[in-house]
Write a protein that binds this ligand. Sequence first.
Ligand SMILES: [Zn+2]
Length: 274
Amino acid sequence: MGICLSRAEDAVNDFIDSQSRFYKESKQAKEHLEKKNSAGAPVENPHISAVFKSELSPIYPSLPKAAKRFHCHHVYDGDTLTLDGGDRVRLLGIDTPELKEKQPFALEAKEYTKRYCHGKDIWLSFDENAAGEENGDNKDHYGRLLAFIWVSLENNGGKQKQNSKNSSYQWLCINEGIIASGLACAYSPTKTKKVHNYDKLMGLQKLARVHKLGMWKNFKDYDTVVTPNGSAFHKCNKNNGSDCKHLARSKNLSAIKASVAYDRGLHPCRNCLG
Ligand SMILES: [Zn+2]
């Protein structure tokens, strides 16, 4: 009985621990966002400001022709939301930290998307190459619409200081903006199904990493191991090889830096680097 009780106590303590960690992160995210919102613009610092003026800017003068207006009902996390009517949308070309797994910056990623989309009009555009080939209606096998999301900045915090000379630039592509802020990685489900702006997404990711934005804040480069065709990079052992079970039968391993692996669009192995 005593053992059971102490186990129960342990479980409760673990729960309280995890909750307080979650709330602490949540509080930090809130304070961080309040600071950002008080500036009245999606621009957090000089690096981002430079990005917004470059050819990599996620802000456009007009919407894509085929974009359609919807109303966002709820934002689940940085890359998933629902529309009025219940359709779920997965943002194309990006991957945000998992909220369920309480990964760092998952809350900030959610807050980014929520700030621009929750309860607002949003515009969706699709990508013929990257989505919808299975059933021809831009959905993945979970039935989620795969889309780029566009919002009008005029309805999101007023005029943008850095665009005051050219106020016609007012459409923010959320998929690009969230990578520019370091709160998402560029993502391609397969090598042949790349989104049309994949190179731009990779460029934005690299800039966010170099400028240590968001999830890249504490990034320090390290050695990793890759295979010629794999989509993941793995932990490097003392012999420039790998002890990862996913590479047990792999030959032709090569050692590269994590930064180079990220720039190639590879992601950390969930088994050995998760
Ligand atoms: Zn691995």
